[in-house]
Design a binder for this molecule. Structure first.
Ligand SMILES: Cc1cc2nc3c(=O)[nH]c(=O)nc-3n(C[C@H](O)[C@H](O)[C@H](O)COP(=O)(O)O)c2cc1C
Length: 215
Protein backbone atom coordinates (compact mmCIF):
# COMPACT_ATOMS: atom_id res chain seq x y z
CA UNK A 1 0.00 0.00 0.00
CA UNK A 2 1.27 3.50 -0.73
CA UNK A 3 0.74 6.45 1.57
CA UNK A 4 -0.30 9.98 0.81
CA UNK A 5 2.73 12.16 1.19
CA UNK A 6 2.47 15.92 1.55
CA UNK A 7 4.74 17.45 -1.05
CA UNK A 8 7.27 20.13 -0.17
CA UNK A 9 9.64 21.75 -2.63
CA UNK A 10 11.12 18.34 -3.35
CA UNK A 11 8.26 16.60 -5.08
CA UNK A 12 7.50 13.39 -3.21
CA UNK A 13 3.95 13.05 -4.46
CA UNK A 14 4.90 10.76 -7.34
CA UNK A 15 7.39 8.37 -5.85
CA UNK A 16 8.36 5.53 -8.16
CA UNK A 17 8.63 3.19 -5.17
CA UNK A 18 6.12 2.19 -2.54
CA UNK A 19 6.56 3.17 1.10
CA UNK A 20 5.73 0.08 3.17
CA UNK A 21 4.20 2.08 6.05
CA UNK A 22 0.43 2.33 5.64
CA UNK A 23 -1.29 5.67 5.80
CA UNK A 24 -3.09 5.04 9.11
CA UNK A 25 0.19 4.15 10.80
CA UNK A 26 1.93 7.18 9.27
CA UNK A 27 -0.78 9.38 10.76
CA UNK A 28 -0.71 7.64 14.14
CA UNK A 29 3.05 7.81 14.51
CA UNK A 30 3.84 11.11 12.79
CA UNK A 31 1.40 13.29 10.87
CA UNK A 32 -1.48 13.44 13.35
CA UNK A 33 0.65 12.82 16.45
CA UNK A 34 0.56 15.98 18.52
CA UNK A 35 2.26 16.96 21.76
CA UNK A 36 -0.37 16.92 24.49
CA UNK A 37 -0.57 19.61 27.16
CA UNK A 38 -3.67 18.47 29.05
CA UNK A 39 -4.61 14.83 29.67
CA UNK A 40 -7.84 13.11 30.59
CA UNK A 41 -8.18 11.10 33.82
CA UNK A 42 -8.01 7.79 31.94
CA UNK A 43 -5.36 5.72 33.72
CA UNK A 44 -2.26 4.40 31.95
CA UNK A 45 -1.28 0.87 32.90
CA UNK A 46 2.34 -0.11 33.43
CA UNK A 47 1.64 -2.80 30.83
CA UNK A 48 1.10 -0.12 28.16
CA UNK A 49 4.54 1.35 28.89
CA UNK A 50 5.99 -2.17 28.85
CA UNK A 51 4.38 -2.73 25.44
CA UNK A 52 6.01 0.46 24.16
CA UNK A 53 9.36 -0.70 25.54
CA UNK A 54 8.88 -4.04 23.81
CA UNK A 55 8.79 -2.16 20.50
CA UNK A 56 11.41 0.50 21.10
CA UNK A 57 14.00 -1.89 22.54
CA UNK A 58 14.75 -3.00 18.98
CA UNK A 59 15.94 0.46 17.96
CA UNK A 60 19.71 0.60 17.43
CA UNK A 61 22.07 2.00 20.09
CA UNK A 62 25.87 2.20 20.29
CA UNK A 63 27.26 -1.24 21.23
CA UNK A 64 23.62 -2.34 21.59
CA UNK A 65 24.00 -0.75 25.02
CA UNK A 66 20.33 0.25 25.57
CA UNK A 67 21.28 2.83 28.24
CA UNK A 68 17.79 4.33 28.63
CA UNK A 69 16.07 3.76 31.97
CA UNK A 70 12.53 4.73 32.91
CA UNK A 71 11.08 5.93 36.19
CA UNK A 72 7.27 5.75 36.26
CA UNK A 73 5.95 8.54 38.50
CA UNK A 74 2.40 7.64 39.44
CA UNK A 75 1.70 7.89 43.16
CA UNK A 76 0.73 11.25 44.71
CA UNK A 77 3.83 11.02 46.91
CA UNK A 78 6.15 10.52 43.94
CA UNK A 79 4.48 13.40 42.06
CA UNK A 80 5.04 15.71 45.01
CA UNK A 81 8.72 14.75 45.00
CA UNK A 82 9.00 15.51 41.27
CA UNK A 83 7.00 18.76 41.19
CA UNK A 84 9.54 21.12 42.82
CA UNK A 85 12.13 20.17 40.19
CA UNK A 86 9.90 21.09 37.25
CA UNK A 87 9.86 24.47 35.54
CA UNK A 88 6.83 26.45 36.65
CA UNK A 89 5.23 26.12 33.19
CA UNK A 90 5.40 22.32 33.41
CA UNK A 91 4.28 21.81 37.01
CA UNK A 92 0.48 21.95 37.04
CA UNK A 93 0.02 19.90 33.88
CA UNK A 94 2.40 17.24 35.19
CA UNK A 95 0.61 16.99 38.52
CA UNK A 96 -2.65 16.55 36.59
CA UNK A 97 -1.36 13.89 34.14
CA UNK A 98 -2.26 10.23 34.78
CA UNK A 99 1.36 9.11 34.45
CA UNK A 100 4.72 10.82 34.13
CA UNK A 101 7.90 9.15 32.96
CA UNK A 102 11.40 10.29 33.75
CA UNK A 103 13.64 9.03 30.97
CA UNK A 104 17.22 8.69 32.17
CA UNK A 105 20.57 7.45 30.89
CA UNK A 106 22.45 4.78 32.84
CA UNK A 107 26.25 5.27 32.69
CA UNK A 108 26.56 1.76 34.17
CA UNK A 109 25.13 0.29 30.98
CA UNK A 110 28.36 -1.66 30.46
CA UNK A 111 27.32 -4.12 33.19
CA UNK A 112 24.87 -5.61 30.68
CA UNK A 113 27.26 -5.76 27.73
CA UNK A 114 28.08 -9.43 28.34
CA UNK A 115 24.48 -10.15 27.28
CA UNK A 116 23.88 -7.23 24.94
CA UNK A 117 27.19 -7.21 23.09
CA UNK A 118 28.36 -10.85 22.98
CA UNK A 119 30.47 -9.98 19.93
CA UNK A 120 32.78 -7.95 22.21
CA UNK A 121 35.08 -10.02 24.36
CA UNK A 122 35.19 -8.90 28.02
CA UNK A 123 33.10 -5.81 27.22
CA UNK A 124 32.00 -5.19 30.81
CA UNK A 125 35.58 -5.26 32.10
CA UNK A 126 36.95 -3.20 29.21
CA UNK A 127 34.44 -0.40 29.67
CA UNK A 128 34.58 -0.24 33.49
CA UNK A 129 37.45 2.31 33.73
CA UNK A 130 36.21 4.46 30.82
CA UNK A 131 33.93 6.57 32.98
CA UNK A 132 33.77 9.76 30.87
CA UNK A 133 33.25 7.85 27.63
CA UNK A 134 30.49 5.79 29.25
CA UNK A 135 28.73 8.97 30.40
CA UNK A 136 28.76 10.52 26.93
CA UNK A 137 27.77 7.26 25.25
CA UNK A 138 24.90 6.77 27.70
CA UNK A 139 23.71 10.31 27.00
CA UNK A 140 23.92 9.99 23.21
CA UNK A 141 22.25 6.59 22.91
CA UNK A 142 19.84 7.48 25.72
CA UNK A 143 18.59 10.45 23.69
CA UNK A 144 18.27 8.27 20.60
CA UNK A 145 16.15 5.89 22.67
CA UNK A 146 14.03 8.81 23.89
CA UNK A 147 13.10 9.42 20.26
CA UNK A 148 12.17 5.76 19.82
CA UNK A 149 10.19 5.94 23.07
CA UNK A 150 8.01 8.82 21.92
CA UNK A 151 7.16 7.02 18.68
CA UNK A 152 6.61 3.69 20.47
CA UNK A 153 4.26 5.27 23.03
CA UNK A 154 2.24 6.62 20.13
CA UNK A 155 2.32 3.21 18.47
CA UNK A 156 0.60 1.64 21.50
CA UNK A 157 -2.09 4.32 21.45
CA UNK A 158 -0.74 6.71 24.06
CA UNK A 159 -0.17 10.45 23.73
CA UNK A 160 2.91 12.20 25.02
CA UNK A 161 3.91 15.58 26.46
CA UNK A 162 7.74 15.69 26.56
CA UNK A 163 9.43 18.33 28.73
CA UNK A 164 13.03 19.37 29.14
CA UNK A 165 12.03 22.24 31.41
CA UNK A 166 13.17 20.71 34.70
CA UNK A 167 16.20 20.68 37.00
CA UNK A 168 18.00 17.50 35.97
CA UNK A 169 20.51 17.63 38.84
CA UNK A 170 17.63 18.02 41.30
CA UNK A 171 15.69 15.10 39.79
CA UNK A 172 18.82 12.94 39.84
CA UNK A 173 19.45 13.72 43.48
CA UNK A 174 15.80 13.15 44.39
CA UNK A 175 15.34 9.83 42.61
CA UNK A 176 18.61 8.44 41.27
CA UNK A 177 21.12 8.93 44.07
CA UNK A 178 21.96 5.23 44.36
CA UNK A 179 21.65 4.16 40.73
CA UNK A 180 23.64 6.99 39.14
CA UNK A 181 21.01 7.38 36.38
CA UNK A 182 21.08 10.79 34.68
CA UNK A 183 17.69 12.22 33.79
CA UNK A 184 17.23 13.34 30.17
CA UNK A 185 13.56 14.14 29.70
CA UNK A 186 10.28 14.14 31.62
CA UNK A 187 7.24 12.89 29.66
CA UNK A 188 3.59 13.09 30.58
CA UNK A 189 1.65 10.17 29.10
CA UNK A 190 -2.02 9.37 28.61
CA UNK A 191 -5.02 10.35 26.53
CA UNK A 192 -5.74 13.96 25.59
CA UNK A 193 -8.34 15.86 27.60
CA UNK A 194 -11.44 16.74 25.61
CA UNK A 195 -10.68 20.43 25.92
CA UNK A 196 -9.48 23.01 23.43
CA UNK A 197 -6.18 23.49 25.24
CA UNK A 198 -5.23 19.78 25.09
CA UNK A 199 -2.81 20.61 22.27
CA UNK A 200 -1.24 23.82 21.02
CA UNK A 201 -1.94 24.86 17.42
CA UNK A 202 0.25 22.87 15.04
CA UNK A 203 3.34 24.86 14.08
CA UNK A 204 5.14 24.57 10.73
CA UNK A 205 7.93 22.09 10.11
CA UNK A 206 11.07 22.54 8.04
CA UNK A 207 10.99 21.07 4.58
CA UNK A 208 13.48 18.44 3.41
CA UNK A 209 15.22 20.99 1.20
CA UNK A 210 15.82 23.27 4.18
CA UNK A 211 17.55 20.60 6.20
CA UNK A 212 19.51 18.62 3.64
CA UNK A 213 22.34 18.99 1.19
CA UNK A 214 23.11 16.53 -1.57
CA UNK A 215 26.72 16.35 -2.70
C1 LIG B 1 13.12 17.44 24.01
C2 LIG B 1 11.81 18.18 24.16
C3 LIG B 1 11.67 19.10 25.17
C4 LIG B 1 10.46 19.78 25.34
N1 LIG B 1 10.30 20.60 26.44
C5 LIG B 1 9.10 21.14 26.69
C6 LIG B 1 8.85 21.83 27.90
O1 LIG B 1 9.69 21.94 28.78
N2 LIG B 1 7.60 22.35 28.09
C7 LIG B 1 6.61 22.24 27.16
O2 LIG B 1 5.50 22.72 27.39
N3 LIG B 1 6.82 21.57 25.99
C8 LIG B 1 8.03 21.01 25.74
N4 LIG B 1 8.23 20.27 24.59
C9 LIG B 1 7.14 20.15 23.61
C10 LIG B 1 7.48 20.78 22.26
O3 LIG B 1 7.36 22.17 22.32
C11 LIG B 1 6.53 20.17 21.20
O4 LIG B 1 6.75 18.80 21.16
C12 LIG B 1 6.77 20.74 19.81
O5 LIG B 1 6.50 22.11 19.80
C13 LIG B 1 5.89 20.05 18.75
O6 LIG B 1 4.54 20.22 19.07
P1 LIG B 1 3.41 19.36 18.30
O7 LIG B 1 3.74 17.92 18.53
O8 LIG B 1 2.13 19.76 18.97
O9 LIG B 1 3.45 19.72 16.86
C14 LIG B 1 9.41 19.57 24.42
C15 LIG B 1 9.55 18.62 23.41
C16 LIG B 1 10.73 17.92 23.29
C17 LIG B 1 10.82 16.84 22.23
Amino acid sequence: MTINVASGSTDISNLDFAIPLDDDSARLLFRDAHTVQAFSDEPVQDAAIAAAWDLMKWGPTALNSLPLRLLLVRSPEARQRLAPHLAEMNRAKTLAAPLTLVAAADPQFHKHLGTLAPHMADAATTWEPMVDVRHSMATASGWIQVGYLIVALRAVGLHVGPMSGFDAAGVDQEFFGDSGWKSLLVLNVGQPAETENATRPRAARLDFNQVSTSL
